[in-house]
Ligand binder design. Structure first.
Ligand SMILES: *Cc1c(COP(=O)(O)O)cnc(C)c1O
Length: 350
């Protein structure tokens, strides 16, 4: 399959993948970089703020960037099946790209901890979905054991080709702005994405002199191993996509933050949900984890630890709100129910 759109078509020359890799595409990437002047005002103003909206990828999260490359490599190598552990979005993306390539997909998820839209997506694309009575970290340990014993390709973020795909989001930001932003704020779970962004910015800078951003990685307070400096045995947060206690790319993420003169911080769930609401007020519905970057940026500016004035700041919103409708519906007020008369509707019109 040759590709006319998507990551291989646009950035194929930048992807370090084996020669056997067999490109495929669902026209992933090319996501919008949306100016957010009113949100910048809310945070004090005097700077340029953009959201890189990764929810616009084919399965609704940035995971598509990684999975298109990981599946292309596995497919080209002759694999007939792929497996991953997932908090949900990886499962959906793996299932979609496996379907596109005609491979089987097995996804292992923590029981009861995966948002509805992600579970439905994995099933819709035809993946074998297995629930583990445990955490994401238990699921990851299990699939690592499985690929040692069975002929099935691992597509978790310990798969190096995932990062190759994900780094293209950094390229797109630089291509859109003409240079790297001053700060990039994003959620951190398994820590593959922050690692991949840093790879992308540094590789572009080495070739094109486009500059480097400082990285602000943001974890949820109940799942903040990189802030605490130790694994979290029972991570808990409303932001299920970053509910990870033992990040696979933790060391690389800390090194990326340090090298960029940035940092990794933690914010409480209430701040994440508030940031989700701010984004919705701008017409952008993201899943809770996706709002962590904005929540972290707001906290740092508010505390005087980050001076935004005159800067260009990009917040990465990693996944679409449709992934996790329960996060909204659980907190929604009871909806009015009326007979079909104008008289009954009238009190609700103002
Ligand atoms: C996977 C995911 C993250 C976390 O990315 P890592 O690479 O695991 O740090 C954040 N937000 C969403 C929506 C995700 O799906």
């Amino acid at each position: 399959m040759s590709t006319t759109c998507g990551l291989f078509a646009r950035y194929g020359a930048w992807l370090r993948v084996p020669a056997h890799t067999r490109p495929l595409s669902l026209c992933e990437g090319g996501t919008p970089l949306i100016p957010m002047p009113r949100l910048a005002q809310r945070l004090g103003g005097g700077f340029d703020l953009y959201v890189k909206f990764e929810g616009m990828n084919p399965t609704g999260s940035f995971k598509d960037r990684g999975l298109v490359v990981a599946v292309a490599e596995a497919w080209g190598r002759g694999a007939s099946a792929v497996i991953c552990a997932s908090t949900g979005n990886t499962a959906a993306a793996a299932a979609a790209y496996a379907a596109r390539a005609g491979l089987r997909a097995v996804v292992v998820i923590p029981q009861g901890k995966v948002a509805l839209g992600k579970l439905a997506a994995a099933l819709a694309y035809g993946a074998r979905v297995v629930q583990v009575q445990g955490s994401f970290d238990d699921a990851l340990r299990l699939v690592r054991q499985a690929v040692e014993r069975f002929p099935i390709a691992l597509v978790n973020s310990i798969n190096p080709y995932r990062l190759e795909g994900q780094k293209t989001a950094a390229f797109e930001i630089v291509d859109a702005l003409g240079r790297a932003p001053d700060w990039l704020a994003l959620p951190v779970g398994n820590a593959g994405n922050i690692t991949a962004y840093w790879m992308g910015f540094t590789e572009y800078h080495a070739q094109k002199g486009t500059g480097l951003p400082r990285l602000l990685g943001v974890q949820a307070q109940g799942a903040a191993p990189l802030v605490l400096g130790r694994p979290v045995p029972r991570p808990e947060t409303v932001a299920t996509a970053i509910r990870i206690g033992r990040p696979a790319r933790g060391e690389e993420a800390l090194e990326a933050a340090r090298a960029s003169r940035g940092r990794i911080i933690a914010v409480p769930d209430e701040a994440i949900l508030e940031a989700q609401h701010w984004l919705a007020q701008e017409g952008l519905w993201v899943e809770p984890a996706s709002a962590a970057g904005l929540a972290g940026l707001a906290a740092e500016i508010h505390a005087g630890r980050l001076d935004p004035r005159g800067k260009t700041i990009v917040v990465v919103c990693t996944g679409h709100g449709l992934k996790d409708p329960d996060a909204i519906l659980h907190r929604a007020p009871r909806l009015p129910s009326i007979p079909p008369t104008l008289q009954a509707l009238e009190p609700h019109l103002t």
